[in-house]
Design a protein around this ligand. Structure first.
Ligand code: SAM
Length: 214
């Protein structure tokens, strides 16, 4: 994602009611924040929030939390909420490395990773959101029956992500190298901003859905 320093974005995020600011204090209490016991689905690295906003509008019976590292990007999602507020959607500005500080064990029911940054240098592999280091964190916060869904058009990142599964104790329920060519998997598929952009220029979209056997 190209980052421009949007003047005042940090202040706008700090002042927004749609962003949870004391996220660590919410650990184990997210149902209370939403005021219901609906399942909690999170997107890590949500960018401008196109996907999670559409999902929240489509599924009012699910609580969604979008996580994004940069205020300048998150600001776009906040602006969408200002136009039309969705009660089942909240945002957090944070680095996902600290995710276990923000969610209690088993508190999350589903995790989405969409078009995660590739970090192409080997020495940065542990920063990739589908790396084994992150899978260990997700293992902690995801309920036993929970699943993680990952989409990307980056073949190297996808191959890496698939190789990380076994060492981290995860299994694939679905792996496709052509999501958009699979009618069954496309049912209910909500396109992310990057998915729209890259599928429009003919890139195949890769996807897996993974779980742990516990
Ligand atoms: N998911 C969106 C989509 O598919 O259109 C955005 C994809 S963009 C390439 C990746 C986003 O993940 C960026 O906005 C980046 O700031 C965010 N990101 C990367 N690493 C992150 C981390 N460790 N914690 C939180 N957000 C992160």
């Amino acid at each position: 994602m190209r980052l421009r320093n949007i003047t005042g974005s940090r202040e706008a995020i700090a002042a927004s009611d749609y962003v949870v600011h004391e996220e660590r204090a919410c650990r184990g209490k997210w149902s209370g924040i939403f005021g219901n016991r609906h399942p909690i689905h999170i997107e890590i690295g949500m960018g401008k929030g196109k996907f999670i906003y559409a999902m929240a509008r489509l599924h009012p019976e699910i609580n969604y939390i979008g996580i994004e590292k940069y205020s300048s990007v998150l600001l776009r999602a906040v602006q969408k909420m200002e136009e039309e507020e969705l009660p089942n959607l909240k945002f957090i500005r944070m680095d996902a490395e600290e995710i276990t500080e923000v969610f209690a064990p088993g508190e999350v029911n589903r995790i989405y990773l969409n078009f995660s940054d590739p970090w192409p240098k080997d020495r940065h592999a542990k920063r990739r959101l589908p790396s084994r280091q992150f899978l260990t964190r997700y293992d902690e916060i995801l309920e036993v029956q929970g699943q993680l869904e990952f989409k990307t058009d980056n073949r190297e990142l996808f191959d890496f992500a698939v190789e990380e599964l076994a060492p981290a104790g995860w299994k694939a329920r679905v792996i496709t190298y052509d999501l958009h060519g699979d009618r069954a998997l496309m049912e209910g598929n909500v396109m992310t901003e990057y998915e729209e952009k890259f599928s429009a220029i003919g890139n195949p979209i890769y996807k897996y859905i993974i779980y742990r056997e516990k």
